[in-house]
Ligand binder design. Structure first.
Ligand code: GLU
Length: 164
């Protein structure tokens, strides 16, 4: 069972998110990742495997910023791998999200998005949400998310972050 976490405040987000992910470890997971916003860009570090691997990667690529989201994954769509780990991002990299659950109609939405030029990096059901939110985003993330959610079927919890 996966876990999601988000934080916004004045303290460095990466350390807070790692603490939060450790607290969720008891639920079991196969991959973990975080995205942090530094005010202008969203940066992602994610990996298949345990939290100590994520910490190692974060030491190599420290993330600066006080807003972020994190995820421990229990794969349902797409094997456990670095690329299938969350967070997933829009093609422009301006939106990042983590997801708990299953998008039942993801294939239908994926085909619809691919017909409109969206390219997919992973095999997950989750990535359709990142591109769908991006498709509807005209500067108001809440509205874009609301529109995207009218198209999603399944059971899911999301944490979404945008540079705008
Ligand atoms: N269905 C998503 C995936 O396979 C989320 C799984 C989860 O809840 O961890 O990536």
């Amino acid at each position: 069972m996966c876990g999601i976490i988000g934080c916004v405040g004045k303290r460095p987000a990466a350390a807070l998110l790692l603490d939060g992910l450790h607290a969720l470890e008891y639920r079991g997971y196969d991959s973990a990742g975080i995205a942090v916003m530094d005010g202008e860009t969203v940066s992602v570090v994610k990996t298949k495997g345990r939290g100590d691997r994520l910490e190692e990667k974060l030491r190599e690529h420290p993330l600066q910023g006080t807003m972020g989201i994190g995820h421990t994954r229990w794969a349902t769509h797409g094997e456990p791998s670095d690329v299938n780990s969350h967070p997933h991002t829009s093609m422009a990299g301006d939106i990042a999200l983590v997801h708990n659950g299953i998008i039942e109609n993801y294939l239908e939405i994926k085909r619809w998005l691919m017909d409109r030029g969206y390219r997919f990096a992973s095999d997950t059901d989750t990535e359709v949400v990142a591109h769908l939110v991006s498709h509807y985003d005209q500067g108001d993330l809440v509205r874009a998310l609301h529109l995207a959610m009218t198209r999603l079927r399944g059971s899911y919890a999301l944490a979404v972050m945008s540079v705008r």
